[in-house]
Design a protein around this ligand. Structure first.
Ligand SMILES: Cc1cc2nc3c(=O)[nH]c(=O)nc-3n(C[C@H](O)[C@H](O)[C@H](O)COP(=O)(O)O)c2cc1C
Length: 301
């Protein structure tokens, strides 16, 4: 009932681990495989190792989850090893990459392709170090398009571009990456945010600012996916605030073909994948659906 295909690859269900969420080692991925995950995205890797930000890097309360991990990662060597290990599992693996320059994005794509992930996801929410003020690649159509071409020109693996909601109009960026050859889009990354400790008049995160994720961003993610679906013909991985089967159904109706689950894993534990799958099936049976393909885009009339 939940099995589906995405860019020609089979998924037992549409529930994907979002990038950066406890995505550290292949043993943990194996646990998620036993807990019903449909596919796995690695954390984002760069060519060189990155230390990330100093603690505190995470804060969580009723308003949402705020993080500024700072894209810490062990570099391309670790990425290749992780993907090769993860490929032994029976679920598709999406290798997430990022870089500070267009050329480095191309190089990352070339090198990670050696490990043969099922897909490459380019996280373009990171700043372009060559641009004045380090504006992120996802914030204008030209740089989003150039990164997409650079990644596509360096691999035969299907390329997913992950977009940021921190833009005036995500539709323009989505169209630009489609025209540059992206095979699919993931939306959304975290929303820019911050919190202040009022007792000491200081931002809570060491980096001052961070990304907001979790339940509160679900309506934002849903609208971004709905808008993108109306704009492009390539498939979408809808991500942001999904914690239940009904959320996942709603995201599919907005136009997502697969659904990313990130902060939900902190709320409901690794069991969340089996739980959401069961909740989706129950809802579909009750409402007379036999296949998730009938649900995808159903809210567009
Ligand atoms: C702790 C943490 C680390 C993250 N690291 C990454 C990352 O390395 N690369 C990336 O593309 N997105 C990263 N994200 C963003 C998530 O993949 C996802 O797009 C976002 O959190 C919205 O989904 P959610 O509300 O289900 O968490 C991270 C999110 C969190 C909470």
């Amino acid at each position: 009932m939940l099995n589906t295909t995405f860019l020609g690859t089979n998924f037992r269900n549409p529930l994907i681990l979002a990038s950066g969420i406890l995505g550290i080692n292949a043993e943990y991925f194996q646990t998620l495989e036993t807990k019903g995950v449909g596919g796995i995205t690695t954390k984002s890797f760069s060519l060189k190792e990155r230390k990330g930000h100093k603690n505190p890097v995470m804060f969580n309360d009723d308003h949402g989850f705020l993080n500024a991990v700072g894209l810490s990662n062990g570099g391309i060597g670790e990425a290749i090893k992780l993907v090769k290990d993860a490929k032994k599992l029976n679920v598709p693996i999406i290798a997430s990459i990022f870089a500070g320059t267009i050329e480095e994005f191309g190089e990352m794509a070339k090198q990670i392709s050696e490990a043969k992930p099922d897909f490459i996801e380019a996280n373009i929410s990171c700043p372009n170090v060559k641009e004045e003020f380090g504006v992120s690649f996802s914030s204008n159509p030209e740089s989003a398009s150039k990164v997409t071409s650079a990644v596509k020109n360096n691999t035969n693996i299907s390329v997913i571009i992950k977009l940021s909601p921190n833009v005036t109009d995500i539709k323009i960026i989505a169209k630009a990456v489609e025209e540059a050859g992206a095979d699919a889009i993931t939306a959304i990354n975290t929303l820019a945010g911050m919190r202040i400790n009022i007792d000491v008049k200081t931002p809570i995160l060491s980096n001052r600012f961070g990304g907001v994720s979790g339940k509160g961003i679900f309506p934002v993610a849903l609208k971004n996916v709905y808008d993108i679906y109306e704009t492009v013909d390539i498939p979408i991985i809808g991500t942001g605030g999904i914690t239940s089967g009904k959320d996942a159904i709603e995201m599919l109706m907005a136009g997502a073909s697969l659904v990313g689950v990130g902060t939900g894993v902190y709320y409901r534990g690794p069991e969340i994948f089996n739980k959401i799958a069961k909740e989706m099936e129950e809802w579909m049976i009750l409402n007379g659906y036999t296949n998730i393909k009938q649900v995808i885009g159903a809210a567009h009339k």
